[in-house]
Design a protein around this ligand. Structure first.
Ligand SMILES: [Mn+2]
Length: 474
């Protein structure tokens, strides 16, 4: 068991050695993914390169396609780093980027049968049967590499954890290599852990509404009805209102909080995991109390927001603790939330238009140029989490980029049984385009001219999947 981790580290140590042997005057080309994990990965590497007095040039990109790789062909750089992406494009990288030394530090699944040329150094946990979906993120891989290059990078252990949170690798704590990185961040006091109520929206919804609209965790007899939620609170001698003002969870005394949590756990005693209302909070003690960067989950949302609004450099500055940049990043988070609200409004307003196809088991939403392509994955996730959807409903969102291509995202409500990456690849194999992603979140890039054929094919294949599921479940 432990051997595989040692082998993984040995391989990274070898990669670091190779890197050290390269000319120190070369400018290093860094290409990373624009989500929170990609921004964390890039920031950690940049910190290491700064400590080593190396020069670099960064690009943060939404996805690595063959077209994008071809754009690098004319560059004069001789050392490339692909972080949090690249594993899925090893063949294209080697085809186009010859005579360069290329480091790919990634955690996505890849084709293990492909034999690498000598100029590509590929570091991926899956090569060692370590699960890159849960045990380590892209920023974790870069963290291991970077700490071996310069141990002072350990100071950014918390950034690797924020990256892993961004990739939804936190599930009631961390496992595998993530756990080791977390322990380092805790030991250095860059993070603190606290057990708290896991529900979403506690900051913005008053207590009775929070309880009433909570479907995850579900509270029997309370979820679904604000008046029952009020009665439930009164029975516990917790006043839902004081001075004519609804109370929030944060307004409760410690004693009231404890009483409420115990009562919910008792109500849930027939559920599979009654205590599932509690989860960990990851606090950055060096950050200010009211700042979104104080909580690791919000920090990761902030990075995601910067990336999606084409301001990834603000995210990198925030990770590297530049105070001025951090303020700008916080403003960016507000803009991002506004864009999400506007996108959801577009969806509501266009439900009966021909751009939204609604079926019992799936929805295809073609926003064309009405929603920014970099946020349609988020929109698909929000829609797939809405409580009125039946478990296993597929949500496909589409929006046009400015380069003649359309971005597609696919999600499923609840815990879908099918691998979404396989599903979307089935569609692109027939209708054209490049597919990618993983089991629970997949996407594709297709030529905009081909949208209609893509939608027709998607309709046919999603229909097929829906029918098969009905049969399988009956
Ligand atoms: Mn990642």
């Amino acid at each position: 068991m432990i051997v595989k981790y040692q082998k993984f580290r040995n391989e990274i140590a070898k990669a670091v050695k190779k890197f050290r042997e390269l000319d120190k005057n070369e400018i290093i080309r860094v290409i990373s993914h624009l989500d929170a994990d990609g921004i964390c990965a890039c920031s950690i590497l940049i910190h290491a390169l700064n400590l080593e007095n190396r020069r670099y040039s960064i690009s943060i990109i939404p996805q690595l396609t063959e077209n994008v790789i071809q754009e690098y062909v004319n560059e004069e750089y001789r050392i490339y780093f692909f972080t949090d992406l690249g594993s899925g494009q090893l063949e294209q990288i080697s085809k186009h980027l010859k005579h360069r030394t290329i480091f790919v530090l990634d955690h996505h699944q890849y084709n293990q049968e492909y034999e690498l040329p000598d100029n590509i150094i590929h570091i991926n946990p899956h090569s060692h049967e370590i699960d890159g979906n849960s045990e380590i993120s892209g920023s974790g891989v870069v963290y291991l590499f970077s700490t071996m290059l310069n141990h002072k990078v350990e100071n950014l252990a918390h950034i690797a954890i924020i990256g892993a949170i961004g990739d939804i690798q936190e599930k009631d704590g961390f496992g595998g290599i993530n756990k080791e990185i977390l322990d380092k961040a805790l030991a250095l006091n860059r993070l603190r852990m606290k057990k708290g109520v896991r529900w979403f929206g506690a900051e913005t919804k008053p207590l009775h509404k929070l309880l009433a609209y909570s479907t995850d965790p579900y509270i029997p007899d309370v979820s679904g009805s604000p008046s029952r939620a009020i009665q439930f609170l009164k029975n516990l001698e917790i006043m839902p209102k004081i001075d004519n003002r609804w109370r929030f969870f944060r307004d409760l005394t410690e004693d009231e909080k404890q009483r409420l949590i115990s009562a919910i756990i008792i109500k849930r005693s027939n559920e599979q995991e009654p205590e599932d209302i509690l989860g960990f909070k990851y606090i950055l003690p060096d950050e200010q109390e009211a700042s979104p960067t104080r909580n690791a989950r919000e920090f990761s949302t902030l990075l995601n927001a910067c990336g999606r609004l084409d301001k990834a450099s603000l995210g990198i500055g925030t990770c590297l603790n530049d105070k001025k940049i951090k303020q700008k990043a916080i403003a960016c988070l507000k803009d991002y939330k506004r864009e999400i609200v506007n996108a959801m409004r577009w969806y509501e307003d266009n439900l009966s238009s021909k751009h939204i196809i609604k079926h019992d088991k799936f929805q295809i939403i073609n926003a064309r140029d009405n929603i920014r392509p970099s946020i349609i994955g988020t929109i698909a996730s929000i829609l797939s989490n809405s409580p009125e959807l039946a478990e296993g409903t597929y949500i496909m969102t589409m929006a046009q980029q400015y380069d003649g291509y359309t971005k597609v995202s696919l999600r499923v409500s609840g815990s879908g049984e099918n691998d979404l990456r396989v599903l979307i690849k089935e569609i692109t194999d027939k209708a054209g385009g490049e597919a990618g992603g993983h089991k629970n979140a997949a996407g594709a890039i297709i030529p905009t001219d081909n949208e209609q054929e893509f939608i027709n094919t998607a309709l046919r294949i999603l229909n097929q999947y829906s029918i098969e599921e009905v049969i399988a479940n009956s």
